[in-house]
Design a protein around this ligand. Structure first.
Ligand code: ADP
Length: 382
């Protein structure tokens, strides 16, 4: 059997040789002559007579390179440039113009055009600019692919190490427990104290590994396979019941405001429970004695909005940008005593996004934080 897999170099070569090029120009003669040159050179050349048709073709064909006339009736080349960048920033755009001025060149470059082809141009000038543009695209695609590959390798490595560490760490914890309880000989109180500290550290490490493995599972898309109608209010009151002891220990009050008869969401009950439990326990852990965590659910037109507000330590503007990043933890006097992996919020975000929802946070230092989760309501059965 022939191996049809292409090496990365071959794939990039393919971009150059089999590239699709779209020529958008209202002048038939210009479209025809460009197509003739490009087809002769082995490219797939397509045409569009104006900006609107061009944009539609860009969406359908996903061309590698677009040659666009600046001056066309209807949507101008400039307007089109901006829209192409929104569809795919790696599509290379070359502007064709009969009136190349410095101003128009600057304007087009600002809108991410790669280069200029002033009219009239020779077939060779078209060839050179096309080749250079496609080389730029090949490099951009190659670099994005390598970046993606690097990230996947990094994640796979951590997942592998996590799996390998989990069971020996479990054994270490068990041995420490046996020694600490005096089953293999008398233990002095100082030794017991140190061993308790060691068990706590092992527990933190096990929690970190479990969080990472959870995240890999969510990324692999496992949870979407278990989607069923879920009544959020039930899930939330179950979590509050579960977290009552830790809230009481921290002297933090919990409150749930949820109207009856709310519609269900389509989702994974356990995943949603994990996400909201994370948010509510953060509200408890990063709170102060006598503080509160208020959970409320409101129905919107297409969504349910769950807000988790606390009267805790808050998060500064600078740190707020990073709280959904993996392993990010705020290091301050107030957070020193709270153990955690810095994976809680990234897991929450992944779970909510797997439900086609979104999450955002607002906060004020010293006053508290609010996490708002938007989840689409389940569509009614036809
Ligand atoms: P961790 O395991 O550290 O709690 P998270 O990903 O859940 O990890 O949160 C990241 C960081 O964001 C926390 O370390 C904490 O500094 C901050 N944080 C999260 N939730 C809150 C909150 N409700 N109030 C104040 N800070 C918070």
């Amino acid at each position: 059997m022939t191996d049809v897999r292409l090496t990365s170099k071959q794939q990039s070569q393919k971009v150059v040789e089999k590239a699709t090029i779209l020529v958008i120009d209202d002048e038939k003669a210009m479209r025809d002559s460009c197509c003739q040159v490009l087809t002769k050179d082995g490219y797939r050349a397509e045409t569009a007579v104006d900006g609107d048709t061009g944009l539609q073709k860009i969406r359908e064909l996903k061309p590698d390179l677009v040659l666009v006339d600046l001056k066309m009736p209807g949507m101008s080349g400039m307007e089109l440039l901006e829209k192409v960048a929104d569809i795919d920033p790696n599509i290379v755009c070359v502007v064709i113009t009969g009136y190349a001025t410095i101003e128009s060149a600057v304007e087009a470059m600002k809108r991410k055009a790669y280069d200029f082809l002033p009219k009239p141009f020779t077939p060779d000038e078209l060839r050179i600019i096309t080749k250079r543009g496609l080389e730029k695209r090949r490099l951009a695609l190659e670099s994005a692919r390598l970046q993606q590959e690097k990230e996947t390798m990094r994640k796979n490595f951590i997942t592998l190490v996590s799996h390998q560490l989990r069971s020996p760490l479990g054994s270490v914890k068990q041995y420490l427990g046996v020694i600490k309880e005096g089953f293999v000989g008398e233990v002095a109180s100082k030794q017991k104290e140190l061993m308790e500290k060691a068990v706590t550290r092992v527990d933190d490490l096990l929690q970190l590994i479990d969080d990472w493995l959870d995240m890999s599972r969510i990324e692999a898309g496992d949870i979407t396979e278990r989607f069923k109608p879920v009544a959020l209010a039930h899930v939330l009151s179950e979590i509050l019941e579960l977290l009552k002891p830790s809230a009481e220990a921290k002297k933090v009050a919990l409150d749930l405001n949820s109207p009856s008869g709310l519609p269900v969401v389509e989702g994974d009950r356990e995943g949603l429970k994990q996400a909201f439990a994370n948010l509510i326990s953060n509200g408890i852990n990063y709170n102060r004695e006598g503080g509160m965590v208020i959970v409320s659910v409101v129905e919107d037109i297409d969504d349910l909005v769950v807000e988790i507000s606390d009267t805790g330590i808050g998060i500064s503007k600078d740190n707020l940008h990073f709280i959904f990043d993996e392993f990010f933890r705020v290091k301050s006097k107030e957070t020193r005593g709270v153990s955690g992996s810095g994976l809680g919020l990234p897991i929450v975000k992944k779970i909510i996004e797997a439900h086609n929802g979104s999450i955002k946070a607002t906060s004020e230092v010293g006053k508290g934080s609010t996490f708002s989760v938007i989840l689409p309501k389940a569509k009614a059965e036809q």
